[in-house]
Ligand binder design. Structure first.
Ligand SMILES: [Cu+2]
Length: 160
């Protein structure tokens, strides 16, 4: 088969970039352990209020500068365990976020961070984030969930 020189170059280039990307994804997934956040943990969405840790939402210290933040979402509210919807986290703390929803699908986006999850009824969504910079971060719902969707916020304050 007679192939044009440029065709050979582009075939080589295309195959080469594909191999480079596959190697990068392989190293990232299997050597560095990067996995997409998984929703493989389930619960009964009718019994969220009785299901630990969602029976007591809020921030709990679980180690040296390590915290567990449990959040229950429902239309149109994030229950973060405080009356004013504000959670204070010390700067530099590692926070394991665990969240679920009681009713419909909600979003869980902590603006300005990589924390961005979808909350689905019957599933527990988790994400671990280290807050290196102090400041005020807004937690908002980014999945349209009904008439009060735009009011669905909470606040995370990272303090010195
Ligand atoms: Cu919403």
């Amino acid at each position: 088969m007679n192939m044009h020189k440029y065709e050979k170059i582009w075939l080589f280039f295309g195959t080469g970039t594909l191999l480079v990307f596959l190697i990068i994804v392989g190293i990232s997934a299997f050597y560095m352990g990067n996995q997409p956040p998984s929703c493989a943990v389930t619960l009964d969405p009718e019994k969220v209020d009785e299901w630990p840790p969602f029976d007591e939402p809020g921030l709990k210290q679980i180690g040296d500068n390590e915290y567990q933040l449990t959040v229950v979402a429902s239309a149109f509210h994030f229950d973060v365990g405080t009356d004013d919807g504000v959670v204070q986290i010390p700067k530099g703390a590692t926070v394991h976020v665990s969240a679920t929803t009681k009713d419909v699908i909600h979003g869980f986006e902590l603006v300005g961070t990589n924390v961005n999850m979808m909350l689905e009824p019957g599933y527990i969504s988790t994400y671990t984030n280290t807050f290196k910079n102090s400041g005020t971060y807004t937690l908002l719902c980014n999945e349209y969930c009904g008439t009060g969707h735009h009011l669905m916020t909470a606040t995370i304050e990272v303090i010195e």
